[in-house]
Ligand binder design. Structure first.
Ligand code: F3S
Length: 284
C-alpha cells in the first residue's frame, strides 16, 4: 500500500506565522494576550490557546473593560480604524497580518490617494476584504464577484480605476472579471494580488485524489477551504472522507486499500495531519 501526503496540506505561510506568534506570546508575555477574532478557523487550536490564557476579543468595544495587554491581529488583517482604536485603548498591537494581505493594504492606500477608485474582486463579508476596504482613502470602494456586479458599478468612462483581488479569489474567475472590466473604457490598473497557496493546495489535492483509492481530507467543519478540498477530492475519488480529527476515521477499512492520499485545509494543525498519517501507516 502507498500513502501520499500532500506537501501543501495544512497551514499556509501566513497562517503558520500568525499561529506561531500567538503561541510564542502565550508562553513569554508577562501581560494578558488577546487575539482579535479567532486566530484560525480551528476549534481545537482556539481551545488549546484558551487553556494557555489567550482570550479572543470579538468586538472593539470589549477592549474598554479588559485588562491592558497585547492584542494580536490575525492573518486576514484589519482596517486602519480598528488598528488605531486598539492603540488608543492602550493595547500593544502585534500585527500578524499576512505580508501578502499587507501588500494589498499599501496598494489600495496608495492608489486611492492618487485618485483611483478601488474595486476589489472578493467577498464583501469576508474579514480580509473588510480590512482592505478600511485602507481606502477618502472615497467609496466597491467589491465585485460577477459580471452583474461590474455592470452596476457607478463609475464613468475614462475614470481612474484600480482592481485588486482578495488573496483567495479564484484565479480563472479573476481573469474573467478583468476581461469584462477592461471593456468598460476606464483608465484601469489591474493588480493581481491572488496568493497561490490555495490554488497549489487544490491542484495537489486533485492530483493525489485521482491516484488514490481512498482519500482523507482533514479540516474543521466550518473551514470553507477544506470543504472545497473535499469537493475536489470527491470528484476524483468517490471514496473520500472528510474528518476533523484523527478519531473521526475508521482505519481498519484501509487494510484492503492500495493507494491512500491525505490532504488538509489551511487551518489544520500539523500534529493532526501527523497523527492521521501515523494511524494510516499502522494499517499498512
Ligand atoms: Fe497569506 Fe496566502 Fe495564507 S495570503 S494567509 S499565505 S493563503
Amino acid at each position: 500500500m502507498k500513502l501520499t501526503i500532500a506537501k501543501s496540506a495544512g497551514y499556509c505561510f501566513g497562517v503558520k506565522r500568525a499561529v506561531n506568534m500567538v503561541y510564542q506570546e502565550a508562553e513569554e508575555a508577562k501581560v494578558p494576550v488577546y487575539t482579535y477574532g479567532p486566530i484560525i478557523h480551528n476549534e481545537e487550536v482556539v481551545r488549546d490557546l484558551k487553556q494557555r490564557g489567550v482570550h479572543v476579543v470579538r468586538e472593539l468595544k470589549e477592549l474598554e473593560n479588559l485588562p491592558k495587554g497585547k492584542i494580536i491581529i490575525r492573518s486576514h488583517g484589519i482596517s486602519r480604524r480598528e488598528h488605531e482604536a486598539m492603540k488608543a485603548c492602550g493595547f500593544e498591537v502585534l500585527d500578524a497580518t499576512c505580508p501578502f494581505v499587507l501588500k494589498i493594504h499599501r496598494l489600495v492606500e496608495k492608489y486611492s490617494k492618487e485618485g483611483y477608485r478601488i474595486v476589489i474582486a472578493g467577498n464583501e463579508h469576508h474579514p480580509e476584504v473588510e480590512g482592505i476596504l478600511g485602507w481606502v482613502e477618502g472615497q467609496p470602494a466597491y467589491t465585485v464577484t460577477s459580471q452583474e456586479d461590474i455592470e452596476k458599478l457607478p463609475l464613468k468612462e475614462g475614470e481612474k480605476v484600480c482592481l485588486v483581488a482578495q488573496t483567495t479569489f479564484n484565479y480563472n474567475k479573476f481573469q474573467e472579471l478583468v476581461e469584462i472590466i477592461k471593456k468598460k473604457g476606464y483608465d484601469i490598473s489591474v493588480l493581481d494580488t491572488i496568493c497561490n497557496a490555495t490554488e497549489e493546495r487544490q491542484t495537489e489535492a486533485r492530483k493525489i485524489a485521482a491516484e488514490s483509492d481512498l482519500m482523507i481530507v482533514i479540516g474543521d467543519k466550518h473551514s470553507s477551504n477544506t470543504q472545497k478540498l473535499y469537493e475536489i477530492s470527491k470528484k476524483e475519488c468517490a471514496n473520500t472522507y472528510y474528518i476533523q480529527t484523527s478519531k473521526d476515521m475508521d482505519y481498519h477499512q484501509i487494510q484492503s486499500i492500495n493507494n491512500v492520499g491525505i490532504t488538509a485545509g489551511a487551518s489544520t494543525p500539523n500534529n493532526i495531519i501527523e497523527e492521521v498519517s501515523k494511524n494510516v501507516r499502522n494499517e499498512l
